[in-house]
Design a protein around this ligand. Structure first.
Ligand SMILES: [Mg+2]
Length: 237
């Protein structure tokens, strides 16, 4: 059976379903990532003993130059990753809502399900438990697994696919940041961009990137649970 959706995705051979965590498995409107963003700034203020405006500039500069703020802090200020990750992920997750459509869709996807995040494993577990999807996704690849080399680097992706012996031709990845899809698409993944209007970095470069990176995006989803539901229907027809 050949499974082709109207959106350029051919899911016939998909065995590996790879999901980014923040702003992908839950909507940006939950404002969870904004809380992490604020904690990052606070961390920099305290650690580098600088003013909030300066801290924010450094935070975004490192994010753009190194892929994550953490990576820039490690390289330029010898920040210990665990200290940073524990601090920034100390947030209230009560704004996250269980989406029954997401639970149903994940439960029915055929193959292996992964979370691939630039955050920490404990944060991923906390979020997934809150969303009640932890029993459907049992493989978590976090920033520690990637030797603190973040997406969008090829190195991070290589470590990921090697660890789980993933053939990219049999894999699909879902992400809210388009530049994180480029290397995946280059090696054969199918790619889905999750569009989130309230992404905290929308004013910096995300929107511009989406235009530049269009050829690396097979499909744009405005609602992940709906897209996954559509995939399920298609596989079972
Ligand atoms: Mg994300």
């Amino acid at each position: 059976m050949k499974i082709i959706l109207e959106n350029n995705l051919d899911l016939t051979k998909i065995k590996h379903w790879v999901f980014d965590l923040d702003n992908t498995l839950y909507p940006a409107s939950s404002n969870l990532f904004n809380k992490i963003d604020v904690r990052m700034k606070k961390f920099i203020i305290k650690k580098l003993k600088i003013e909030p405006d300066e801290a924010y500039k450094i935070q975004k500069k490192y994010y753009i130059e190194y892929g994550t703020t953490l990576s820039g802090l490690m390289k330029n200020h010898n920040v210990m990753p665990k200290e940073f990750l524990d601090y920034v992920h100390k947030i209230d997750t009560s704004s996250l809502k269980v989406d029954i459509r997401l639970k149903k869709a994940l439960k029915k996807l055929p193959g292996e399900l992964y979370v691939y995040t630039n955050g920490s494993k404990s944060h991923a577990i906390k979020v997934m438990k809150r969303l009640e999807i932890n029993k459907y996704i049992n493989k978590i690849f976090d920033i520690e697994n990637a030797n603190y080399t973040p997406k969008p680097s090829k190195e991070s992706l290589d470590i990921f696919i090697k660890k789980y012996n993933i053939n990219p031709k049999e894999a699909i990845i879902f992400e809210d940041i388009s530049k994180n899809l480029i290397n995946a698409k280059k090696i054969g993944f199918q790619t889905v961009l999750i569009k989130n209007a309230s992404h905290p970095d929308k004013n910096i470069q995300v929107i511009k990137e989406e235009n530049i990176n269009n050829k690396f995006i097979d499909h744009i989803s405005y609602d992940l649970p709906a897209t996954l539901g559509e995939i399920y229907l298609d596989i079972n027809h």
